[in-house]
Design a protein around this ligand. Sequence first.
Ligand SMILES: [Zn+2]
Length: 69
Amino acid sequence: MKNDIERVAQLFKEQTNSLSHNESMVHYEQQREQYDKEYLAFIEYYSRDECYLCGKSFKSISKLKPCLH
Ligand SMILES: [Zn+2]
């Protein structure tokens, strides 16, 4: 069991070797914030039947005016 943990830790260290710990954590936090924002926006607009990217109502989207999102 202990060997497995050490092996995983070693793999993680190798994978993140090019980034300092702080850099990779900041990057991760920024990505997570971005995902959270997009997810919340998507849920909010979707619950109103609107595209979260352009704010068009799904009901108003026709074949003549397609929403590209
Ligand atoms: Zn759209």
